[in-house]
Design a protein around this ligand. Structure first.
Ligand code: FE2
Ligand code: FE2
Length: 167
């Protein structure tokens, strides 16, 4: 069962990575339709991890898995913050960099996706069905307020990333 969850979410990473690569046009502008599909898909993906996977872990998960989960949650806050301002090439570069490390942390052997032994057996029942039927997230439009960009920078810094490198 854990293999099925790992495969589903890893394939979703690949699908979202492909969309992200197509977001920046040769002119340097952003393809609004591709970005929209990426943003909706990523918000749904993070929702699955935060609302289905993490709560199903035995509490306390303990040890290195607990540290991994804390790291994953910090990344999710930074990633979600990057989806709020109007996208730019710099925002896309930051998303690409953070997601590369983040997806590896989730997919690696013995990592977050594969730790079926850490999932509570009762909670795990029907988990794949809940993941498949997870709804789209209703997101607000991107916000052009410069204060939003400043808040996004702070969210990245809280998660240990250097925002100034990207935008
Ligand atoms: Fe994640
Ligand atoms: Fe993920």
């Amino acid at each position: 069962m854990n293999d099925e969850i790992a495969a589903y979410l890893s394939e979703d990473h690949d699908r979202l990575d492909a969309l992200l690569r197509r977001c920046v046009l040769p002119s340097g502008g952003i393809d609004a339709d591709v970005y929209h599909a990426f943003r909706q898909g990523l918000l749904r993906h993070i929702g699955i991890e935060e609302r289905i996977l993490i709560p199903a872990l035995r509490t306390p998960a303990g040890g290195t898995l607990q540290e991994t989960i804390e790291r994953i949650r910090l990344d999710h806050s930074a990633i979600a913050a990057l989806l709020v301002p109007v996208p730019s090439a710099g925002i896309i570069a930051a998303l690409t960099a953070i997601l590369t490390g983040h997806n590896d942390l989730e997919e690696r052997d013995g990592g977050f996706y594969e730790r079926a032994d850490a999932y509570d057996a009762e909670a795990a029942t029907g988990m794949m069905d809940r993941i498949r039927s997870a709804p789209e997230v209703r997101a607000l439009p991107n916000n052009p307020d410069p204060a939003v960009l400043a808040a996004t920078r702070r969210a990245l810094e809280r998660a240990g990333y250097d925002a100034a490198q990207y935008f």
